[in-house]
Ligand binder design. Structure first.
Ligand SMILES: Nc1ncnc2c1ncn2[C@@H]1O[C@H](COP(=O)(O)OP(=O)(O)OP(=O)(O)O)[C@@H](O)[C@H]1O
Ligand SMILES: [Mg+2]
Length: 264
């Protein structure tokens, strides 16, 4: 593995610096509050997992990081730069913001008319990476996620697990400061889930900063530095994974775990 995928592995700063910081985030849809005073920080090199029931606001929260969703109130900081404050866009350079934030979705979102390699090259081309370099990086990243042999295949010729690994390679291509994963394995079968989790585990071991939403609670417990239980738009409980997932203090968290399965 020679490809330097993340600035995080190159940084040796002793004081952790938040790559993502959200303060007092609020968001409503049609007058209905879906994020209610959410505070969240993801330090460089750390892994934060968000868990919670369907409709609780997890995807909305993730989407607020790169302003795919604009919060109504609160402050969003990415890589030390305030990008949104008090309902106002501060950074107007959305393309640059999105280059620092890699995103992996539940449903892959690969371009169907492009091969795996071309999917990984395209993002770089848009960002101005020279063609040869983009191609080299794409091949190295596909190798890294274990699908280099499928580089010339189109998405519909790939299994779900392969498509998601291509999507991860694409998200890594611009060497983002942080990777966001929104339920990356929930449309996959158990074997493909294992493959994707194994890639994510390697990224974690390499020091990638990650914010993820997952229902894979044993995985969240294993890799996370911090777990956040988001319920109806509010953070009900957060802390060390062994506490939140193994010995939760709040009745709501206990109820949730009883439904979604305990990890101990
Ligand atoms: N663009 C939108 N317009 C209107 N309502 C929305 C929009 N996006 C999300 N919502 C609503 O906001 C609430 C939170 O949605 P969100 O997708 O953030 O939940 P979630 O925790 O990610 O759920 P899931 O686990 O099912 O993915 C839901 O009630 C949803 O219907
Ligand atoms: Mg969601």
């Amino acid at each position: 593995m020679t490809e330097p995928v993340t600035a995080a592995t190159e940084q040796t700063s002793a004081t952790p610096q938040a790559v993502v910081r959200m303060d007092g985030l609020r968001k409503s849809f049609d007058g209905r509050l879906v994020l209610d005073d959410v505070h969240l920080a993801v330090d460089r090199g750390s892994i934060v997992s968000i868990i919670g029931q369907s409709g609780g606001g997890k995807s909305t929260l993730m989407r607020c990081v790169n302003l795919l969703e604009r919060p109504d109130r609160g402050r969003v900081e990415v890589s030390g730069e305030v990008v949104h404050d008090g309902g106002r866009m501060v950074s107007r350079d959305l393309p640059r913001l999105r280059r620092t934030v890699g995103m992996v979705f539940q449903r892959f979102h690969l371009f169907p008319h492009l091969t795996a390699v071309e999917n990984v090259v395209l993002a770089q081309r848009t960002a101005g990476v020279p063609e040869q370099e983009a191609l080299g990086r794409a091949v190295a990243l596909l190798r890294r996620v274990g699908v280099a042999h499928r580089g010339l295949a189109y998405p519909e010729q790939l299994s779900g697990g392969e498509q998601q690994r291509v999507a991860i390679a694409r998200a890594l291509a611009l060497r983002p400061d942080v990777l966001l994963f929104d339920e990356p394995t929930s449309s996959l079968d158990p074997e493909a889930t294992r493959e994707v989790l194994s890639v994510m585990r390697e990224l974690a071991a390499d020091g990638m900063t990650m914010l993820l939403v997952t229902h894979e609670l044993p995985f969240a417990r294993e890799v996370s530095d911090h777990v956040v239980f988001l319920d109806r738009g509010r953070i009900v409980e957060e802390g060390h994974p062994d506490d939140v997932l193994g010995n939760p203090a709040q009745a709501r968290t206990q109820e949730f775990l009883a439904t979604y399965g305990s990890t101990s």
